[in-house]
Design a protein around this ligand. Structure first.
Ligand SMILES: Cc1ncc(COP(=O)(O)O)c(C=O)c1O
Length: 417
């Protein structure tokens, strides 16, 4: 519990207070239904389809969806479009909660925004560091390289391709999914010998398939030993709303001076609508992706995506302030208990699996799962071909003990058959 005491920004707000805050934010925005607003290539949502009905007054997220504010740009730095300043403030509140209360940044020492998803947030990080090395350290493109484990999400190779960087894939042990430090050191030494001088590290807080959490110190120690420049990003797209709550001693946050940025997706564990990835970085970095040509935008565009829906920020705000930190902690604790229940049942059947102790993903050796059961229960394979070695179960909110029990009963029948 220690971790969630002493939060500065995050609290639970009663329903009426939440509603009033959002309605006041909307009032501070331009109102396309009433105001004379001639310049924007935007309006409220089409009234023939999206009625501005009275009941929306009691559904502030939907009301914001219809009002259609644009959150283009980054609102933690410089000016932003004044037409949407009310809801921009609530996006800033979301970022304060995550950057300061959850990920231990000092207040006002970070930048960030709600991005379309984890993919964009990860690419934004790589883009920012690539430019940082090129603009601030005079690095040549071919001297910069990405390091990330083989379990890393495919948004990293996607970003590497877009930004014309190599990705050096670090092997992990088959059973434990832990980074092979000997291989990591060999790869770094070889890269250095091949002229690489600047390393962009992506360290996972919950890999997609295993929920495994890399130890950033594995990278830091070896990179420091070899005296090379590096920047480190945490991909907490999945684990960002789990791990800091389940592991109260986690130091994978801005208290570690080597961690410079984090991706956290609200549209995964937080059950927010799609379009709610979150990117946060230390101050002094995001300027490296300033697009100077974005002159018609009031303020600076420091993001990859351009226009983005303000309703997404409000949806995340609403979830955070409906729960407050204690209820969120409780929710994660329940999911941890269900995960443990599943693991205990698998142990009884001598079925082999991987589970990171602080996460709610269980990845089972495929040889124990008949194909029919995998299909019936929608288990996700590591690869969709005959070489598949793993199936994962993600203990999301809708996965209850009764579902697990029926799954285990069927599995048991197949084990004893
Ligand atoms: C660890 C991790 N990073 C990044 C992503 C990409 O997120 P999105 O699909 O929101 O772009 C995912 C998606 O599953 C993920 O699991």
């Amino acid at each position: 519990m220690a971790k969630i005491i002493g939060m500065i920004y995050w609290k639970k707000l009663p329903k009426e207070e939440r509603k009033t805050k959002i309605q006041n934010a909307l009032k501070a925005n331009v109102n396309f239904a009433k105001d004379t607003s001639l310049g924007y290539p935007a309006s409220k949502l089409d009234g023939k389809v999206f009625f501005d009905a009275d009941f929306l007054k009691d559904a502030p997220v939907l009301q914001t969806f219809v009002a259609n504010p644009n959150h283009i740009g980054c609102h933690t730095l410089g000016d932003s479009e004044s037409a949407f300043k009310g809801t921009h403030e609530l996006e800033k509140e979301v970022l304060n909660v995550l950057a300061v209360d959850v990920f231990k940044s000092k207040p006002n020492e970070f930048d960030g925004y709600i991005s379309p998803g984890g993919t964009e947030a990860n690419i934004q990080a790589i883009w920012m560091y690539r430019n940082f090395f090129m603009y601030k350290k005079e690095a040549k493109l071919e001297e910069i390289v990405i390091l990330a484990s083989e379990d890393t999400h495919y948004s990293i190779p996607k970003g590497a391709n877009l930004l014309q960087l190599d990705w050096l894939k670090i092997p992990v042990s088959f059973e434990n999914r832990v980074i092979d430090k000997t291989a990591l050191e060999e790869i770094i030494v070889k890269a250095k010998n091949n002229g690489k001088k600047y390393f962009i590290v992506i360290s996972n807080m919950g890999t997609t398939m295993f929920g495994s959490v890399d130890n950033p110190e594995d990278y830091i120690t070896i990179l420091e030993k070899h005296n090379v420049a590096f920047k480190l990003h945490i991909d907490g797209a999945y684990g960002g709303f789990v791990y800091p709550f389940s592991n109260e001693n986690s130091t994978i946050n801005f208290s570690n001076p080597n961690i410079s940025s984090i991706t956290i997706d609200a549209h995964k564990m937080l059950q927010a609508p799609y379009g709610t990835g979150i990117f946060i970085c230390r101050k002094g970095l995001i300027e490296n992706v300033l697009t100077k040509e974005a002159q018609y935008v009031e303020g600076m565009d420091l993001t990859l995506c351009g226009s983005r829906s303000g309703a997404n920020a409000i949806a995340v705000w609403m979830i955070l302030f409906t729960y407050g930190p204690h209820k969120w902690f409780e929710k994660i604790s329940v999911l941890q208990m269900r995960t443990q229940f599943l693991c205990n049942e698998l142990d009884k059947l001598n079925i082999k699996y991987f589970r990171e102790p602080f996460m709610n993903i269980v990845t089972i050796h495929a040889e124990f799962i008949p194909k029919e059961i995998a299909e019936k229960y929608d288990l996700v394979p590591e690869t969709h071909n005959h070489e598949n070695k793993w199936y994962k179960i993600v203990l999301m909110n809708h996965v209850e003990v009764q579902h697990l029990t029926t799954f285990i009963d069927e599995l048991k029948a197949s084990v004893y058959a």
